[in-house]
Ligand binder design. Structure first.
Ligand SMILES: Cc1cc2nc3c(=O)[nH]c(=O)nc-3n(C[C@H](O)[C@H](O)[C@H](O)COP(=O)(O)O)c2cc1C
Length: 181
């Protein structure tokens, strides 16, 4: 069947004021949610020393030489100001049994670190035990990303578990590779 014969949801509408096309944000979010990702928590420290952490699905690889990764953070996130001033941060790639950690660090509350196990990485950013991989990074670049800020990190150090059990996020839900969710 050709694409033109498919019945598509209303994904375009005229913007009366400008005559341009404004996208339907709900449909856009739904379409973007078709892209399955892993789940990560980025961590760093406030200037005062308190830990900072935020759940991410926007993590991705950029370059091997130099070793660069990226993620984006919403301008409304409370963690943003701390990440903007941080010299270094760590990315913790979550195991499929770490859904509770993901939910905890997806809350915008000051108590999110209460009772959470952590160990200091070499750059000082807290590392979450049980994660499938840790990437300790120095801040390489920050870019405007609309209502988000795009962070590029240079990987200084990493470790990786020899297992294959990532937490997956797709269409607004957690999944796992073995189909148990
Ligand atoms: C699976 C998942 C993925 C998320 N990915 C991102 C992301 O990539 N960027 C972002 O800014 N927020 C993302 N969020 C939302 C933040 O984790 C959430 O807004 C958090 O409360 C921000 O905390 P803060 O306000 O204390 O910084 C995600 C949430 C979930 C559950």
């Amino acid at each position: 069947m050709s694409m033109s014969a498919l019945k598509l949801p209303n994904t375009e509408r005229e913007d009366d004021a400008t005559g341009g096309v404004a996208l339907d944000t709900r449909e856009l979010r739904r379409a973007l949610g078709q892209f399955a990702t892993g789940v990560a928590v980025v961590t760093t420290h406030e200037r005062g020393g308190d830990p900072v952490g935020l759940t991410l699905s926007s993590f991705n690889t950029v370059s091997l030489d130099p070793p660069l990764i990226l993620f984006s953070v919403a301008r409304k996130a409370r963690s943003l100001e701390h990440l903007l001033q941080a010299q270094s941060f760590a990315i913790n790639i979550l195991h499929r049994e770490q859904e509770a950690i993901s939910n905890r660090f997806a809350q915008s509350v000051a108590t999110k670190w209460d009772g959470v196990d952590q160990r200091p990485g070499r750059t000082g950013a807290p590392l979450l035990p049980g994660a499938l991989a840790h990437f300790e990074c120095r801040c390489y670049a920050q870019h405007d990303g609309g209502d988000h800020v795009i962070f590029v990190g240079e990987v200084l150090r990493f470790d990786c578990e020899p297992i294959d059990a990532p937490l997956i996020f797709c269409r607004g839900q957690y999944r796992s590779l073995d189909g148990s969710r």
